[in-house]
Design a protein around this ligand. Structure first.
Ligand code: PGU
Length: 407
């Protein structure tokens, strides 16, 4: 039968290591099943959350009869682009004042990374990009398919469950001059480990002295600390020195716009003239890929960012999400301590952002899925945003059993 199809010889591809976790979860019929795989915020009731301020913005958009569904320009919604650059670089950013930033609306964080990578593959002289070890699983695929050659730099030290700062510096020092370096702006995925501001400053000095090109992935602005400005510090340090960089922004997590696919790519250049030539080439990257981006999500973001009352409301809702995640860290840590689960679990409260990199191995994860219906990525990462006070005891039981029986 298969031989009758022109596609008969196609081999079945494996599920995605992160999104495939949700596929498996959806098939499970257990009432106690718990999805801690995908990094998506859930309420205390375990439900997805649409922010109030997003509902309000959508209402305004629906009621505005002057709005039409025309194509956006190739670069997207102009207001959205300006406001996005301001959000990540800061309202008083000298680069914005000098008009040397070009920003294009893209399909969330992933699309922004991809457009940036395609642009670099066509126009930048160094085609090697260094990504942290470990990093978000899609990074190597996005960059390789765009035509860049992917190498890694040391980042995480399993022994301390913290940053391998010396390894990081050594690897960047050994990188060829001009190489591109992917940096997580904050809330590193999957480790939850970020450099301190002093360490960022050392990374900056080293990278600038070697002419390494920073490519920031900012998927969690506001989620690490609860403050949009604090979480943008790393990026702003690299822009304050007058040098160049790329920034991919996502509104999936911080505005809860996951499925709307809203994001932006900004390229900070040395002069206004260079920025405008860069933008002209970004348009040539985007046009044959998807022509122009969708209008709805970007309109929601622009509506919120340009209205000071709605902006304020957003920051409060964002802070509440960040605070709930922080409180989940404490609750899980307290529960494991009370239970007397062997091992040091203090990294649960030290790490930041959406994820805890537990240190559980793939056998322990498989055991927790099979016996406790808890779904997480096989590298031991759990999405703290998927946890609630009600499910902490169940997760604690599962970790305790995994560590004591599979240790
Ligand atoms: N960059 C990082 C560091 C991310 O963690 C994610 C999402 C993205 C970019 C892309 O997000 P967009 O939705 O395209 O804006 N990572 C989540 C979501 C699931 C996924 O793998 O896409 C995660 O669970 O790791």
């Amino acid at each position: 039968m298969d031989s009758e199809s022109v596609f008969g010889k196609i081999v079945r591809a494996p599920e995605d290591p992160i999104l495939g976790v949700t596929v498996a979860y959806n098939k499970d019929t257990s009432p106690v099943k718990l999805n801690l795989g995908v990094g998506a915020y859930r309420t205390e009731e375990g439900k997805p959350l649409v922010l109030n301020v997003v509902r309000k913005a959508e209402q305004l958009l629906v009621n505005d009869q002057s709005r039409v569904k025309e194509y956006l320009p190739i670069v997207g919604l102009v207001d959205f682009n300006k406001l996005s650059a301001k959000l990540i670089l800061g309202a008083d950013s000298p680069a914005i004042k000098d008009n040397r930033v070009t920003t294009v609306q893209c399909l969330s964080g992933t699309g922004s990374l991809r457009v940036g990578a395609e642009f670099l593959a066509r126009h930048y002289h160094q085609l090697t990009i260094y990504i942290p070890q470990p990093t978000w699983g899609n990074h190597p695929k996005v960059f390789t398919l765009a035509g860049l050659s992917v190498k890694t730099y040391r980042y995480y030290d399993p022994a301390t469950r913290g940053l391998n700062f010396q390894g990081l510096l050594e690897d960047l020092r050994a990188a060829p001059s001009g190489a591109i370096v992917l940096l997580h702006a904050c809330a590193h995925n999957p480790t939850g480990v970020d450099p301190t501001l002093e360490q960022w400053e050392q990374i900056r000095q080293l990278m600038r002295s070697k002419g390494l090109l920073p490519f920031f992935d900012s998927a969690y602005q506001g989620f690490a600390s609860g403050s949009l400005d604090a979480d943008a510090q790393s990026v702003r340090m690299f822009v304050a020195d007058g040098g160049e960089c790329l920034v991919a922004q996502s509104y999936a997590k911080n505005m809860g716009l996951y499925g709307e696919r809203v994001g932006a790519l900004s390229i900070v250049c040395k002069t206004e003239d260079v920025a405008s030539r860069v933008e002209s080439q970004l348009k040539l990257v985007i046009r044959p890929m998807y022509s122009s981006p969708p209008i709805h999500g970007a309109s929601i973001v622009a509506t919120i960012l340009k209205d000071s009352t709605m902006y304020k409301e957003w920051t409060l809702e964002l802070k509440a999400m960040a605070d709930r995640i922080i409180s989940m860290r404490q609750q899980l840590f307290d529960a494991l301590s009370a239970r007397g689960t062997p091992g040091d679990w203090s990294h649960i409260i030290k790490q930041i952002g959406m994820f805890t990199f537990t240190g559980l191995n793939s056998e322990q994860v498989a055991f927790m899925t099979k016996e406790y219906h808890i779904y997480m990525t096989s590298d031991g990462r759990i999405s703290m945003a998927g946890l609630s006070s009600k499910t902490v005891p169940h997760l604690t039981d599962a970790i305790h059993a995994a560590v004591t029986r599979m240790g």
